[in-house]
Design a protein around this ligand. Sequence first.
Ligand code: ATP
Ligand code: MG
Length: 180
Amino acid sequence: MYLKEIIINGFKSFPEKTVIKINSEFTAVVGPNGSGKSNISDAFKWVMGEQSAKTLRGTKMEDVIFAGTERRKPLGYAEVNLVFDNSDKRLPIEYQEVCVTRRLFRTGESEYLLNKTSTRLKEIRELFMNTGIGIDGYSIIGQGRVEDIVGTKSETRRKVIEEAAGIVKFKTRKEESIRK
Ligand code: ATP
Ligand code: MG
């Protein structure tokens, strides 16, 4: 299972539908300062359920919607699709290809879709649990994250290892059932 494509439409500095193909083992994103490189990883985190506008480098969630430039009007909504190749069935779902979508309208309405069908973030989180993909997963190693792994705080390091070992799903279910 791997991320095959990121399709961005109206998110941050991408007012037009932009397809980013990730079809090699190693993909590098290069470009001048301010050209939108980090916006691509923001787009990924956003679809995986990032709820903090600050983590996405904004002040409110609406800031992820294309805000307009001198020549272009602001847009009314942002949409990002992540397309995963699931031919190895690592994701416990019958599809060869899995498309996860998040949409946000300026009116505040928002939605998540799984293969074009409306779903909840909870379902998406469950689907990707134990894969390392997700906002808490080890697939995105940000600057602070390196410190979590090599640093001295054993609790944060433990969380990273637990996700990699594939037991987070069961821990979450246990916590949920205790709460009920
Ligand atoms: P660096 O090399 O400095 O890290 P970068 O390529 O990572 O740069 P980003 O931080 O991804 O650049 O992109 C910043 C650009 O995105 C800025 O020009 C900013 O104006 C633009 N931007 C961010 N949010 C929006 C928005 N909602 N609407 C329009 N443009 C936006
Ligand atoms: Mg950057």
